[in-house]
Design a protein around this ligand. Sequence first.
Ligand SMILES: *Cc1c(COP(=O)(O)O)cnc(C)c1O
Length: 357
Amino acid sequence: MLNFTVGPVMCSDEVREIGGEQVPYFRTPEFSAVMLENESLMLKYAKAPKGSKAVFMTNSSTGSMEAVVMNCFSETDNVLVIDGGSFGHRFVELCEIHGVPHETIKLNHGQKLTKEQLYEYDGQAFTGLLVNIDETSTGVLYDSEMIGEFCKKNGLFYVCDCVSSFLADPFDMAHCGADVMITGSQKVLACPPGVSIIVLAPRAVERVVSAKVKSMYFNLADTLKNMERGQTPFTPAVGILRQINTRLKEIEKAGGSEAEIDRVAAQAEDFRSKIKELPFEFVSESPANGVTPVHPIYADAYRIFEILKDEYSIWVCPNGGNMKNTVFRVGHIGALTPKDNDTLVAALKDMEKRGLL
Ligand SMILES: *Cc1c(COP(=O)(O)O)cnc(C)c1O
């Protein structure tokens, strides 16, 4: 099996080995040390400002998106949401569910956010901004620095969902001024799904500590308090947290976050250059490194996904909603190499020969 989806992705052998071990009890100094090491590497790779904290949530990243909306905003806020695809739209729905007043900047699929568009909202009474830095459904990478400047100028609390862009595209939390960064275990961290990480800059820590949240599991003040000693309020996904530890140290050994970002970028570039002769179009104006959305000019995108899966044992990522039959996505994250791209491209060329493209 060769997996080019955008999560879960291929894991390294070291990470997989831990998955086969017994899961240890976790209220121990040993496990606390693992958690604190995870925190310090996460803060380093996010380039988080001094005084930032990271918490490890046992839920998928949507759970963390929800926790952030619940703990950082209330009915007295008025937030801007960048809605350029299904993940942006998820933030809109979360604001609706939790009664957070909001306005949406709606973008067409594949369209990037320009400075002109954003500054139409300049000088108005907004208090926060929510964006998915890589809108994974369309593969568009938004400019975290440009948006950060806008947030600084307008005093907005700035939330970045970096679930698929963390360690795939350059991101400097301190420099762009993000207050919150969210990511998950099954994307570039290339571990099994089940854990999501929220990095909170000092301003976000302050906000979370004084928030009045109607939730036990999503009370981030409680989570932060436990994390001071490397613990969580409830039983976490202990095995996955150990796998994350191994993976973070693997990245460190291989040259740190920059080296991993370069590796993902090279993997994307390699794939994009190798499919130039196939009857495909790229659909993103500002492509992120983690994923390439592909529009087949003649064939049905979902059918391509099915044939690759059933006849070649290769998984690409189908799209949902109204892009199901027009776009499929190829991921560049996880334990993949240019040689794996060759295997995928050979399968696609074989399909072309068979008249299936
Ligand atoms: C994958 C992803 C998520 C969340 O996915 P879960 O299925 O909840 O883990 C959120 N935002 C973005 C940008 C993603 O790519």
